[in-house]
Design a binder for this molecule. Structure first.
Ligand code: FES
Length: 506
């Protein structure tokens, strides 16, 4: 498996293994970067280029997490709309956010040019369209606020996507690329200038010992001056676990019978919204469509989300084949903006970049720039806006309360919603259940070959109960988004320890 789920993404063929050399741990570094997605790889290259001795530590392989499952839209407008950002953070900060989006696209463009990365990068115009009166009102607000923030957006009359609309606006200056080809290009450059990487090595915790940081990993310990968590949510217990809610989003890559692939990026304003773009991969054109997001662990019937997305796409496009279908995880921050900077409750030189919402390629790139600037220069123009220590009691307060109430509900209620089975033979092949068996609550899955996989039902992070994800064949924790494979292995942080495993005979 090269991703954190059973479904293959469109990008996965490009993921390759690098070597894992445990002896790299027997050294000390200026910076240890944990996680080899876009945030980690970009940070590592930035810092190594500035003569910081870096070690990139990856628990699986590059792009194993969300960078391998993104649909890779590069935008200077975000899930947190400029109207919300102006309201909650003020116009100056909205302008700074817009500057950050443009800067991230520029950084990506410059890297591609500087290192000759062949990753299908192309600039595109984006289109936002409303489907009804309520969405049109929202679109009007978005257009006005985007222009105020410095992101030109204007009403037009044509939708490049064959979807009926009430109103449509275009936003020039967007872009797209192949995310794995891009980070591989960065990684090759990082290794070429002396950067080090170790794969299949999970960082378990970070301790301060005198003037040094010690990163404890599954392969040994490594000493350093700075640590960057580029893992979405960091492990341990942290305030960020309560300020970010994990979500799953669904994606399809399909072939169109008429061969007409829209040359644009598209977004409706549904809740959750659908997003569209096209990309050529290995000489084949694909339409990539995404949406039907829901909170992680909200349902085990994740197949229904794919079916809804398929029905939606089939209604508007002349699809000849659905070639790829996959889902991916992202984190929604309570006040809409990412958390990038020093990790609260940790030593000063432990950093984090997370809470990207559905804008991971941009915030991953910008986050890497901000953290590199903080480590090398001690400052960044964005430090205050994205500070993980910020307290916004008004912005996002409603969703903060809602998300945390949801966590508490899962902690308490899930304990009593289990089935009892007399014997594991009652399970069908390819079926999972949470069962009470001889007084124990267990997460049980019987695979297609009739083999039974029996795990503890309790997430090793903070003790919530995991929920089956039938399409990705994983046990997902609704509280902070940890995910586990059918044998209990960690697929997604913040957990660092797998679910306890029992033999079916026991
Ligand atoms: Fe925190 Fe499971 S992810 S309790």
């Amino acid at each position: 498996m090269y991703r954190d789920g059973a479904n293959k993404s469109l990008w996965q063929a490009e993921i390759k293994k690098y070597s894992s050399m445990a002896e790299l741990l027997n050294d000390s570094y200026d910076v240890v970067i944990i996680g080899a997605g876009i945030t980690g790889v970009t940070s590592a290259l930035n810092l190594q280029k500035q003569n910081r001795k870096c070690l990139l530590v990856e628990s699986a392989n590059i792009g194993f997490g969300t960078t391998g499952g993104t649909t890779a839209h590069l935008n200077n407008f975000f899930d947190a709309t400029y109207s919300d950002v102006i309201k909650d953070f003020g116009l100056d900060n909205a302008k700074l956010l817009a500057r950050g989006g443009n800067e991230a696209i520029d950084i990506i463009r410059q890297n591609i040019n500087a290192y000759g990365i062949d990753c299908g990068f192309a600039e595109k115009t984006g289109y936002l369209f409303s489907l009804d009166e309520k969405q049109t009102k929202e679109l009007d607000d978005i257009i006005e606020a985007s222009n105020e923030a410095g992101v030109p957006m204007k009403e037009v009359q044509e939708n490049p996507f064959p979807i009926p609309y009430d109103k449509i606006a275009e936003v020039p200056g967007q872009a797209q690329f192949h995310p794995i080809q891009y980070i591989r290009g960065l990684l090759d450059q990082y290794l070429a200038i002396g950067g080090k990487m170790i794969e299949e090595c999970r960082a378990l915790e970070v301790e301060k010992q005198e003037e040094e940081l010690v990163v404890i990993t599954t392969l040994g310990i490594v000493k350093c001056k700075n640590v960057i968590y580029a893992t979405h949510i960091p492990p341990g217990k942290n305030v960020l676990h309560f300020r970010n809610a994990p979500y799953r989003s669904y994606a399809l890559a399909v072939k169109l019978r008429n061969g007409i692939y829209p040359d644009a990026l598209g977004y409706d304003l549904c809740e959750p919204y659908h997003y569209y773009r096209c990309q050529e991969v290995d000489g084949e054109q694909y339409l990539i469509a995404g949406g039907e997001d829901h909170k992680t662990g909200e349902t085990e019937n994740t197949e229904a989300s794919f079916q809804k997305l398929e029905a939606y796409v089939l209604k508007y496009f002349d699809v000849s084949e659905i070639v790829y279908r996959w889902s991916s995880q992202y984190y929604e921050p309570v006040d809409g903006l990412p958390y990038i900077g020093q990790l609260p409750g940790n030593p000063d030189n432990v950093y984090v970049s997370t809470g990207y919402n559905g804008n991971g390629m941009i915030f991953g790139t910008l986050g890497a720039q901000i953290l590199s600037d903080l480590i090398v220069h001690g400052e960044s123009a964005y430090a205050q806006l994205f500070s993980p220590a910020r307290v916004k009691p008004v912005a996002g307060f409603t969703s903060f309360v809602k998300e945390n109430a949801n966590v508490v509900k899962h902690l308490v209620m899930d304990k009593i919603t289990v089935e009892k089975i007399q014997s594991l033979t009652e399970l069908n092949d390819n079926e999972a259940k949470v069962v009470k068996y001889n007084g124990e609550t267990m997460a049980v899955f019987k695979d297609a070959r009739g083999r039974v996989h029996v795990l503890s039902h309790t997430c090793t992070h903070l003790g919530c109960n995991v929920v089956w994800n039938e399409s990705e064949l994983s046990w997902d924790c609704p509280c902070h988004g940890s995910r586990f494979g059918i044998d209990g292995e960690v697929l997604t942080a913040p957990a660092v320890k797998g679910l306890d495993k029992f033999s079916p005979e026991e």
